[in-house]
Write a protein that binds this ligand. Structure first.
Ligand SMILES: Nc1ncnc2c1ncn2[C@@H]1O[C@H](COP(=O)(O)OP(=O)(O)O)[C@@H](O)[C@H]1O
Ligand SMILES: Cc1ncsc1CCOP(=O)(O)O
Length: 246
């Protein structure tokens, strides 16, 4: 799937957090997509109209970017541009929860990409939240992902040791990966941006999302164990996969 993105070169408009903006742009470039970050409401509405996909990531959301996300999300729906929502740390604070619920209610989301803790919060399950990390709790993750997918009429992608993709009916699971991917910041956020690129290039998103998740896990397996070098190796490996050299 990354090779398809490399051929198609979609323009991916990201309204994302300031922790991962640079890593996300470099990761998208490595697979041949064109990233553009624009988070002033007026600018975002015009940008999304010429984009092939939109990413809404609430990692460092504030009142101004929340407004931009609503404006850009509605415009994307009007222009039939696919939308991915990454509800970073939604279970950590009431503010994040209210932002995410508003986005889910006012914007038609194509893919919700989250970790298990974020899914638990959206599904209303009690969970020990740890900031932007997944945290701990008890939940039937597959059943919860399916229910959330049906409720919001979207595809739900839940990442972890095993990734899950579901449209509420069909379910796909992706194994593998490297725990070190969870020890540097931004791998989940970049994955959400790549999901947006997948949507821009696919007629069968469920299967293609699963393929991209598998390639992402393979990239992490081939990127070593030294945390300082991991982001550089990871970007190189994504590029090699997208260019058919791995
Ligand atoms: N325990 C794990 N072992 C191996 N890979 C993992 C594990 N947890 C998450 N991943 C992988 O790390 C990448 C980022 O996912 P994740 O850490 O769940 O996102 P987030 O940063 O949103 O919490 C994904 O490719 C996912 O499959
Ligand atoms: C640390 C942090 N704080 C707010 S957003 C963010 C980045 C989270 O990125 P990821 O969940 O992809 O590791």
């Amino acid at each position: 799937m990354l090779a398809k993105i490399n051929q198609t070169k979609p323009l991916v408009h990201c309204i994302t957090n300031y922790v991962v903006a640079n890593f996300t742009a470099n990761g998208l470039l490595a697979i041949g997509a064109s990233p553009v970050m624009a988070d002033e409401a007026e600018d975002a509405a015009a940008m999304v109209a010429i984009a092939n996909a939109l990413l809404l990531n609430i990692g460092t959301v504030n009142a101004r970017t929340h407004d931009a996300m609503l404006v850009a999300g509605r415009k994307a729906n009007e222009c039939e541009v696919p939308v991915v929502l990454d509800p970073v740390g939604v279970g950590a604070t009431p503010y994040r929860k209210s932002v995410v619920m508003q986005l889910l209610e006012q914007v038609s989301i194509d893919v919700l990409r989250c970790n298990e803790g974020e899914l638990a919060s959206i599904h209303g399950v009690t969970w020990e939240s740890r900031g932007v990390d997944s945290g701990n709790g008890e939940m039937d993750t597959i059943a919860a992902a399916k229910e959330v997918a049906r409720k919001y009429e979207c595809i739900v992608v839940v990442t972890g040791a095993t990734d899950i993709v579901t449209d509420g009916q069909e379910i796909m699971q992706v194994q593998g990966g490297n725990i070190h991917a969870t020890h540097i910041t931004g791998t989940g956020c970049l994955l959400s941006a790549i999901c947006a690129a997948v949507l821009a290039c696919s007629e069968k998103p469920l299967q293609n999302l699963a393929s991209a998740l598998k390639e992402y896990k393979i990239a992490s397996e081939q990127s070593g164990t030294e945390l300082g070098m991991f982001p550089a190796h990871f970007i190189n490996t994504l590029q090699r996969i997208a260019e058919g050299r791995l």
